[in-house]
Design a protein around this ligand. Structure first.
Ligand SMILES: Nc1ncnc2c1ncn2[C@@H]1O[C@H](COP(=O)(O)OP(=O)(O)O)[C@@H](O)[C@H]1O
Ligand SMILES: N[C@@H](CCOP(=O)(O)O)C(=O)O
Length: 300
């Protein structure tokens, strides 16, 4: 927590808007650690109100997400206010959502990062509404999400390595090589991260852990310096195969693409597939979307 947090004096009265990117976590071998920010975004505006909390939603989730205080952006904003020693305000929230939910594109992390960033933006400290640094926001956001690999690229942008210390989550952003070309294969069906995590075993064989350590380390080199190594680097043995029963067509697509020489992985906890490819392939049951590597949360 930055020292300025103790000087919080209240909330700004003007609206604050943040833009948060989608993220693809794991990147194959880097389970719960590696992540990439991608060019799909939610844009969220919050303004403190003396009336009841109100949530207006356009775009993804407009018909399904709650519009009261149980909305994830509001609960995250409130959690961050408490963590920063501030009261929890009622807010008017306007969400313009471009990130599909429950598809392995980090929508929950985007909502959480939006909430904690809006809290930082609304807190007025010595007349300056944004005095909480990214390291503090990362710790708060990762606590809420339960794993740091999506919230890290959502906050910092680009390609990130995240890890958890006794004090909480930490992350570094690394530069991405120019010819890294992400394509997302988006299925129409949804899959909750909690379900896909429940499919994982409590232990994995030592030999598989060793396999993944070498590939995760290689992924750092491949994404930053030599994308020709991405096929070898993105092989995984500790999570994707265990998830096959809950997303069979996703795992099948990963295998078909990899057999064709395309570095392809389950995006996050699925069911989308992330491929690094110069071409977009038509695939039955999936919408192929060309994306680029994005920056992290921005205050508009
Ligand atoms: N923009 C959003 N606003 C409010 N809640 C959201 C938003 N995005 C995601 N969520 C919540 O998170 C759930 C999806 O989270 P999760 O299963 O982790 O999928 P994802 O891979 O998209 O993060 C949604 O069902 C919803 O409850
Ligand atoms: N490491 C997590 C990543 C979850 O990402 P999401 O985008 O599906 O929320 C996991 O594999 O469970």
């Amino acid at each position: 927590m930055t020292s300025s947090v103790s000087r919080v004096t209240g909330f700004v009265t003007h609206p604050v808007t943040v833009r948060v990117p989608a993220t693809s976590a794991n990147l194959g071998a880097g389970f719960d650690s590696l992540g990439l920010a991608l060019s799909l975004h939610d844009e969220v505006t919050a303004q403190v109100t003396f009336e009841d909390t109100e949530v207006i939603i356009e775009g993804q989730g407009a018909d399904t997400l709650p519009t009261d205080e149980s909305h994830l952006v509001v609960t995250s904003l409130h959690h961050a206010c408490r963590a920063l020693g501030a009261p929890t305000p009622r807010v008017k929230l306007h969400c313009r959502n471009g990130i599909p939910q429950a598809r392995g594109l980090g929508s929950s992390s985007a909502a959480i990062v939006a909430g904690v960033s809006l809290a930082a933006g609304l807190l007025a400290s010595d007349g300056d509404g944004n005095t909480v640094d990214d390291a503090v926001l990362l710790r708060i956001a990762a606590e809420l999400e339960g794993h740091p690999d999506n919230v890290a690229p959502c906050l910092l942008g680009g390609f990130t390595i995240a890890w958890t210390d006794p004090d909480g989550a930490r992350a570094v952003r690394l530069p991405v090589a120019d010819d890294v070309s992400p394509v997302i294969y988006l299925p129409s069906g949804r899959g909750l991260t909690t379900h896909a995590r429940a499919a994982l075993p409590g232990r994995v064989p030592h030999v598989d852990a060793a396999f993944n350590i070498s590939r995760a380390a290689l992924t750092v080199h491949a994404l930053t310096s030599d994308p020709s190594l991405l096929l070898a680097a993105t092989a995984d043995r500790i999570h994707q195969r265990y998830r096959a029963d809950v997303m069979p067509s996703t795992i099948e697509l990963v295998e078909v693409l990899r057999q064709d020489g395309v570095p392809a992985v389950v995006s996050g906890a699925g069911p989308s597939v992330l491929a690094f490819d110069q071409v977009i392939r038509p695939v039955d049951g999936f919408e192929a979307i060309r994306l680029s590597v994005a920056d992290g949360v921005t205050r508009l």
